[in-house]
Ligand binder design. Structure first.
Ligand SMILES: Cc1cc2nc3c(=O)[nH]c(=O)nc-3n(C[C@H](O)[C@H](O)[C@H](O)COP(=O)(O)OP(=O)(O)OC[C@H]3O[C@@H](n4cnc5c(N)ncnc54)[C@H](O)[C@@H]3O)c2cc1C
Length: 336
């Protein structure tokens, strides 16, 4: 089938960087991976930043790997709206014709990418965990786990441009920021009127969020805790660890969605993860793949989590944690 776009007309890899005064961490991750892919394709890496009062964020994008930054600064882009952001993005894409466009798989990133895919009649891969390119054909290959991480589907978009993917936060490592990197920042003027935005943001409150994906040490609570995280919190403070949970604990309101580890949550990159009272369902363990050392504590010696763990402790977490906490406290006070 003949492509509907002139093959050589679409060039460049774009990353859409979400900002809330500062760039979201997933933006740094997209720049790191985008840099690698753009170099492989021999194309340039362009960062897109939309908002109002954007300040120095363009420079930050260059320090983290962009060759070029397109900044759209407009009062109607102050907060995210589907209509406003989609109109501006569609205009930029239609004028400048990128080959590939990546978004973070955040609430707003997923919303915007979906709207654009329909508007531009192009393909969109959701929640990619691995990205590669086919250099010969200029194709983006996005890997998405399916069936709880037991298969990895490689999705390519042979029809429509740009080729788009949303990328799961916490998967790719950002580059070290380099103050000496040079790049171009272009401010683009857009025509955006209030009547084009059909919803009105009455109030916006941003909850303080701990990014558990990149923590050095993480304790992960499962249903075996019965939703009582008091001991885990004590241990976490002694180990300077963050706390993640399995999905049922999120569904039961014990913790926020941002703490969920697994295929529909966060992928951990910790050096150490201690998993307490989680059975080891495939949807959950796919979030542990990049952890250095996994310690699992479970009362059931046949729990599947023990197939994934480097250190297996068969026992009741409520019996094991108090003496461990006591010993760590003593060690901290120099009494051990
Ligand atoms: C499409 C889809 C996506 C999903 N995505 C995710 C996801 O991203 N993340 C996720 O976590 N789940 C996800 N799930 C749910 C997943 O399949 C499991 O249901 C879930 O991970 C089980 O959580 P759990 O291990 O905490 O609970 P359980 O399976 O109930 O396991 C509890 C474990 O605790 C042990 N235990 C009990 N008491 C103690 C004790 N006192 N001390 C030590 N051990 C004890 C038990 O032996 C048991 O092994 C998804 C499911 C679907 C269908």
């Amino acid at each position: 089938m003949k492509p509907e776009w002139p093959e050589d007309a679409h060039r460049g890899l774009w990353v859409y960087l979400e900002q809330q005064g500062t760039l979201l961490p997933v933006g740094h991750e997209l720049l790191g991976k985008g840099r690698e892919l753009a170099d492989e394709l021999g194309e340039s890496l362009t960062a897109i930043i939309l908002g109002h009062g954007i300040g120095d964020l363009g420079r930050e994008a260059i320090r983290y790997g962009a060759d070029e930054v397109l900044v759209v600064d407009h009062p109607l882009l102050e907060g995210y709206t589907t209509d406003g952001h989609a109109k501006v993005m569609a205009q930029l894409i239609e004028e400048r014709k990128p080959n590939i466009l990546l978004f973070g798989a955040t609430y707003d990133g997923r919303d915007l990418a979906g709207r654009l895919a329909v508007r531009l009649s192009t393909g969109l891969t959701a929640n990619a965990t691995r990205l590669e390119v086919d250099r010969e054909k200029g194709l983006l290959l996005s890997a998405v786990p399916g069936f709880g991480g037991s298969i990895l589907a490689i999705i390519k978009s042979e029809h429509g441009r740009p080729q788009m993917s949303t990328v799961r936060p916490g998967i790719f490592a950002p580059l070290e920021p380099d103050d000496t990197r040079k790049g171009q920042i272009e401010t683009v003027a857009v025509d955006l009127r209030p009547e084009e935005i059909r919803c009105r943001v009455v109030e916006r409150s941003v909850l303080p969020r701990e990014e558990i994906g990149s923590a050095e040490r993480t304790l992960v609570a499962g249903m075996g805790t019965g939703g009582d995280l008091a001991l885990l919190e004590e241990l976490a403070s002694l180990l300077e660890a963050s706390i993640g949970v399995t999905r049922p604990l999120v569904d039961n309101g014990v913790a926020g969605r941002e703490r969920q580890v697994g295929s529909t949550g966060v992928s951990l990159r910790s050096k150490l993860a201690i998993v307490l009272g989680a059975s080891g369902a495939s949807h959950f363990v796919s979030g542990l793949r990049d952890v250095g050392t996994v310690v699992a504590i479970n009362t059931d010696e046949n729990a599947p989590i023990f197939d994934e763990a480097d250190v297996c402790v068969i026992g009741d977490l409520f019996e094991l944690l108090p003496p461990l906490i006591e010993r760590l406290e003593k060690a901290k006070m120099g009494m051990a």
